[in-house]
Design a protein around this ligand. Structure first.
Ligand code: COA
Ligand code: AMP
Length: 635
């Protein structure tokens, strides 16, 4: 039996034994006696009697072990021409002082703190400071507009909000404070304190408005801060909430616990990613996404590795050689990003000329995740880099990979188009519509038999019923991933895409519902639909279709004005990151007799596939009229 087979089998047949052993790499205040609490299915809890502090495990213990002078974070920001390295000792110092600030503002164990910040070290400091005092952070991606931010504030009910004056996009400076002000005005929940880090690219107006909450600058509060010690929390206490998009406009608050998360991420670094203490690791994502939470911040720090925090883009900051410059400058052993980033590099520098300017001898592996890795991009990266390019599949809900080639445990041959095999802990099954397992080679819904391993979501924030309804009720005893796919004869998984209407634009997960809500809010719109269509660079791009209220002319100048306003509304409400550029005015939307819009059928037509038209369609002529709009004639 191979190392992978043995570990996988043990993790499924004897999960207590497997995870008890993995838990030894974490420093506990109260070590776990019980491993899995399965008293209340379908709710499972890991390490129910244990206590720890995640920040202590990420920082203090490494300093105590003599790693104080080792870089924890290399902040590299081509957009501001700044580089700053924080050692473990320096990061611990900043984090404990900011934890003291939160403490002095009355933030205590279990309170929520919303963090709305760009890719700067203070975002990491704020996250770890929350963890230090047992507060629950909820980071909101800086590219989201006020409506999305407000929805998260409304649900998380933070005591404090931490933000910055600006984020820097290559084309513009994005002022965050006006966006935050607008979100707080919209939200019925108000925090007690707002802390804003001033960046020199834009100064925010802080404390000048008449508000119910106190506004302060980061420098002001840090000036006389006292350091705070780590607080012991239960392994099952929440470490963070990260909102993700479902099909409806209401985001889902994915809860991450402290204990299972620390154990799983610590296990993943050597076993999946081949990264150990002292190694340098570079994840190009954003702290606002799960990849950023897990693999920019927590996993490398829990491991005692050095993590690059990169504030820039794969291309244009200044060119398609940027990632390779970072790999060379910091001696990066493994890199992790989304396939889109490599598609952008490939587009700008097809022959990989820029990458030849750099010494990439430190690089052993490139990991890609967040969306499907197409074989062309895999081949291009493999040929240019000369190292294994490893696809791994997971989601915000799981927090760490469900499927991957396990580079540390047992590197296995790579098959392009497949994220390889199920990771230990995940009992992956392909199910048919009735919930019966399908044989190798047959496509169905990808589900995971319960219990999910440590580190995965125990529930949705404040909504156990929605957790069960959205994930656990389709197939009893299984977690529904929302992705479709198959397993081949060798046990390799192939992920074909979402079976629901969730969009994936440049590795960013977006909801059709929130984009539709933005369109529907326009006074001229009677009804609308949004679908994700295949795009060479971003994987998918949203397209909007609107039916206007009767009497409103959708053609000519009037129509052009409305379409432009709709595109702008989506930027203003959801954010530029939605990248909605095309809205078509149509006379009707195809629906079933019960009124459900046939988005999947529309998507299939737009992608040039043979559409699956349900027999319950209300009026087939609507689809016929729409087809030329969906699928422009080939020239
Ligand atoms: N704050 C504010 N605005 C943001 C933002 C942020 N953090 N991130 C993106 N935006 C804006 C961009 O400025 C752009 O605005 P524009 O329409 O005015 O130009 C828009 O949102 C779309 O941005 P982006 O998705 O970055 O597309 P792009 O066309 O500018 O760049 C890529 C294309 C491929 C370079 C880019 O999508 C990319 O770097 N992808 C990597 C994906 C990734 O890291 N995913 C994380 C999951 S692992
Ligand atoms: P997110 O929660 O933003 O990480 O998005 C998760 C979704 O992205 C998954 O449900 C998949 O649809 C898609 N995804 C992530 N990684 C991969 C991958 N390696 N291959 C195919 N799809 C992926």
């Amino acid at each position: 039996m191979t190392a992978y087979d043995a570990a996988y089998r043990r993790s499924i047949e004897h999960p207590d034994e497997f995870w008890r052993e993995a838990a030894q790499d974490i420093d506990w205040v109260t070590p776990p006696q019980r491993i899995l609490d399965d008293d209340n299915p379908p709710f499972y809890r890991w390490f129910p009697d244990a206590e720890l502090n995640t920040c202590f495990n990420a920082l203090d213990r490494h300093v105590a072990a003599g790693r104080g002078d080792q870089p924890a974070i290399h902040y590299d920001s081509p957009v501001t021409d700044t580089r700053r390295t924080l050692t473990y000792a320096a990061l611990l110092d900043e984090v404990s002082h900011f934890a003291g600030v939160l403490d002095s503002l009355g933030v205590t164990k279990g309170d929520r703190v919303v963090i709305y910040m760009p890719m700067i070290p203070e975002a990491v400091v704020a996250m770890l400071a929350c963890a230090r005092i047992g507060a629950v952070h909820s980071v909101v991606f800086g590219g989201f507009a006020p409506a999305e931010l407000a929805a998260r504030i409304e649900d998380a009910k933070p005591v404090a909000v931490v933000s910055a004056s600006a984020g820097i996009e290559p084309s513009r400076v994005v002022e965050y404070k006006p966006l935050l002000d607008a979100a707080l005005d919209r939200s019925s929940h108000k925090p007690e304190s707002v802390i804003v880090l001033q960046r020199e690219q834009a100064t925010a107006e802080v404390g000048v408005r008449d508000t119910d909450w106190e506004e302060m600058t980061w420098d002001e509060v840090m000036a006389d801060a006292e350091p705070a010690d780590p607080v012991a929390v239960k392994a099952t206490d929440p470490l963070y909430i990260l909102y993700t998009s479902g099909t409806t406009g209401r985001p889902k608050g994915i809860v991450r616990d402290n204990g299972g998360h620390a154990v799983a991420l610590r296990w993943s670094m050597p076993n999946i990613y081949g990264i150990n203490e002292g190694d340098t690791w570079f994840t190009a994502s954003d702290v606002g996404w799960v990849v950023g939470h897990s693999y920019i911040v927590y996993a490398p720090l829990l491991t005692g590795a050095s993590s690059v925090l990169y504030e820039g883009k794969p291309v244009g900051t200044p060119d398609a050689g940027a990632f390779f410059r970072v790999i060379q400058d910091y001696g990066v052993k493994a890199m992790f990003t989304a396939p889109t980033a490599y598609r952008a590099i490939k587009r700008d520098d097809p022959d990989g000329e820029l990458l030849r300017d750099y010494d990439l001898s430190s690089l052993e592996t490139l990991f890609l995740a967040g969306e499907r890795l197409d074989p062309d991009t895999w081949q291009w990266a493999t040929d240019r880099l000369g190292v294994p390019v490893v696809d791994n599949w997971w989601q915000t809900e799981t927090g760490w990979p469900i499927a991957s080639s396990l580079r540390g445990l047992e590197p296995m041959p790579i098959k392009p188009g497949s994220p390889s095999v199920p990771v230990p802990g995940y009992a992956v099954q392909i199910l048919d519509e009735t919930g019966s397992p399908l044989p190798a080679g047959e496509e169905g819904a990808i589900a995971i038999r319960l219990p999910l391993p440590p580190g995965t979501l125990p529930t949705l924030w404040g909504d156990d019923d929605r957790y069960v309804g959205e994930y656990l009720s389709t197939y009893a005893g299984y977690y529904l991933t929302g992705d479709g796919g198959l397993v081949d004869e060798d046990g390799y998984l192939y992920v074909m895409g979402r079976t629901d209407d969730v969009l994936n634009v440049a590795g960013h997960r977006l909801s059709t519902g929130s984009i539709e809500a933005a369109l529907a809010g326009h006074e001229a719109v009677a009804e609308c639909a949004v679908i994700g269509v295949a795009d060479e660079l971003k994987g998918q791009l949203p397209r909007g279709f609107v039916v206007l209220k009767s009497g409103i002319d959708g053609s000519g100048e009037e129509g052009e004005r409305i379409r432009a306003e709709l595109v702008q509304r989506v930027r203003d409400e959801v954010g530029a990151v939605a990248a909605l550029r095309q809205v078509d005015v149509v006379t009707a939307l195809p629906k079933t007799r019960s009124g459900k819009i046939l988005r999947k059928t529309m998507r299939e037509i737009a992608d040039g596939k043979t559409p699956n038209v349900p027999s319950t369609i209300e009026d087939a002529t609507v689809l016929e009229t729409l087809t030329p709009v969906l699928r422009p004639p080939t020239p």
